[in-house]
Design a binder for this molecule. Structure first.
Ligand code: PLP
Length: 293
């Protein structure tokens, strides 16, 4: 097993290493039986975790919405660093030694209550291949506009919960259609987000360079990668736009990427069977905005 596991323990602020080959989760853990919990996935490069503050902030927001306890930044960082210190060598796709770091909080068992853990895993070659070769994506309706959930805290709007069964089903459906990735849309075809990523597109007209993403607070997870790309792009002279985006906007863009913490910026080379332009130079530039810690 190439994963390293650390269990958070308030009595031991640095966390406790656990043997990943030994059962750790009880059969009545509600993270397992109901997907009742929240999580974050971070990228570490050369042993340094990236955007820690943004991830801890989103983890805290998710946990508060789900009424779960939030481990302090210090506790989480201690556990992440312990995991990284004991991890197998990181995957190398040319940007350094990379690990994915998952931090999760589960509702736990009815007797013992919530608990948290960290899993550190080398980034696989399949991720590096997607960065190099891009992906084919299909647009799939999300069924309703998730922005409508925002007034109802019991629908956990904007929380990154362990319940990813729908996202995984969307990916399986995309694969059954011969694609790699799914991009959710509203009934009226407004683009929302990928199954596990944010959507960013570029328009370049002479000196005018614009990056556009769907409005982050309108029913999509506010992506830490999209935010980091936008912050660096603004400093680099790009104009920034926040939706609405429709399929025709993606078809007319000079580049479209699915972005997330571990994949960084993966070019979309085909959308619903239509080829999209892939610009390796722009991909290198946008990746560079988030690749280094
Ligand atoms: N949207 C969804 C549904 C996701 O699952 C993810 C990441 O897992 C993202 C967006 C991108 O988030 P981030 O850039 O913070 O990794």
């Amino acid at each position: 097993m190439t994963s390293t596991v650390v269990v958070l323990d308030p009595a031991r602020p640095g966390g406790v290493l656990a043997d990943p080959a030994v059962p750790l989760v009880r059969i009545d853990d509600q993270g397992l039986t109901r997907g009742d919990g929240v999580f974050e996935t971070l990228r570490a490069v050369d042993g340094r975790v990236q955007k820690f503050g943004a991830h801890h902030q989103r983890l805290s927001a998710s946990a508060r919405l789900a009424q779960l306890p939030v481990p302090s930044a210090q506790e989480v960082r201690g556990a992440v660093e312990l995991g990284l210190a004991h991890a197998s060598p990181g995957g190398d796709g040319g940007l350094g030694a990379e690990h994915s770091v998952k931090v999760a909080i589960s509702r736990g068992t009815p007797e013992d209550g919530p608990w948290s853990w960290v899993v550190v895993t080398p980034v696989p070659e399949s991720t590096f291949r997607q960065r190099r070769e891009g992906v084919a994506a299909v647009l799939l309706p999300r069924g309703h506009d998730p922005a409508q959930d925002s007034g109802y805290p019991w629908l956990l709007p904007g929380a990154k919960t362990l319940s990813y069964a729908i996202n995984m089903a969307a990916l399986r459906h995309a694969r059954s259609l011969g694609a790699d990735e799914a991009v959710f849309t509203t009934e009226d075809r407004r683009v929302l987000e990928g199954a596990t990523s944010s959507v960013v597109c570029a328009r370049v007209r002479g000196d005018r360079r614009v990056l556009v993403t769907p409005e982050p607070s309108h029913g999509v997870l506010p992506g830490t990668t999209q935010a980091a790309i936008f912050a660096a792009a603004r400093r680099d002279g790009w104009e920034l736009g926040y939706g609405p985006l429709y399929p025709a906007d993606l078809m007319a863009a000079d580049a479209v990427w699915l972005v997330s913490s571990v994949r960084l910026a993966v070019p979309v080379r085909r959308l619903d069977h239509q080829p999209l332009p892939v610009d390796p130079e722009l991909t290198r530039l946008v990746t560079g905005y988030v690749a280094q810690a």
